[in-house]
Design a protein around this ligand. Structure first.
Ligand SMILES: Cc1cc2nc3c(=O)[nH]c(=O)nc-3n(C[C@H](O)[C@H](O)[C@H](O)COP(=O)(O)O)c2cc1C
Length: 202
């Protein structure tokens, strides 16, 4: 992944960057799998923080709820990568006081897709890092701890002519992420010692 300008450098300019429009040609010719056979620098990138509420459009508008990370938790990534859509693994760890609210199956290491940027379709004024964990959660997990390992880059963040087109591309992102993670060089990060219940790195 070549990085001409990191997300943090763009953010320091204090203005929302222009984003290209997703063309039909791009959307209909996307690769099914991305990246080399195993993560290459700057990946893996480790992120952790308390899950925050976003604007809530991910779940309502897009059928794709996202967990936002606090600004200070984004820096290990935004200082070395550009904005865009990424994939990896994530785990929600219950905060001690509120363990009862999380079911055991919701605390597994799970595949995720992530968006880092200004969400051009929604014209956000600030950069955010939003993680969509590919799992049906029994309950919300705002306020709990999230740990994530980002393993690869999928595509640039784009503007869209319609909500439907954005939804379709996010669905493609999820399929690409699952296929890309189903390679031994990526799958082994499920057991990374970062995660609770993780084993030593293979
Ligand atoms: C995998 C993935 C890819 C995304 N790609 C884009 C994109 O290319 N352009 C865009 O404007 N927003 C993109 N989004 C961000 C959504 O617009 C965002 O999740 C939505 O606005 C929900 O944010 P909210 O929960 O803060 O309301 C993407 C989100 C995910 C999870």
């Amino acid at each position: 992944m070549s990085v001409t300008e990191t997300a943090a450098q763009v953010a320091s300019k204090d203005e929302r960057p222009a984003a290209p429009l997703a063309t039909d040609t791009f959307r209909h010719s996307r690769p099914a799998i991305v990246g080399p056979d195993a993560p290459e620098p700057p990946f893996p990138i480790v992120l952790s923080g308390t899950v925050q509420r976003g604007f809530g459009r991910g779940g309502k508008d897009l059928g794709c709820p996202t967990a936002n990370l606090p600004d200070e938790s984004i820096l290990p990534m935004s200082s070395v990568t550009r904005t865009g859509v990424y994939f990896g693994y994530a785990q929600i760890s219950p905060e001690k006081d509120s363990k009862a609210l999380l079911q055991e199956q919701d605390c597994q290491v799970l595949p995720m897709v992530m968006s880092l940027g200004w969400n051009p379709f929604y014209k956000n004024e600030r950069m955010t890092a939003e993680i969509h964990i590919m799992h049906e959660f029994a309950s919300d997990f705002y306020g709990h701890e999230m740990k994530a390992i980002v393993l690869g880059y999928i595509r640039a963040e784009l503007d869209y002519v319609s909500r439907e087109a954005l939804i379709e591309d996010i669905e493609t992102d999820k399929r690409v992420a699952l296929k890309s993670l189903a390679r031994p060089g990526y799958e082994k990060f499920r057991a990374d010692p970062l995660f609770d219940g993780g084993h030593s790195r293979l």
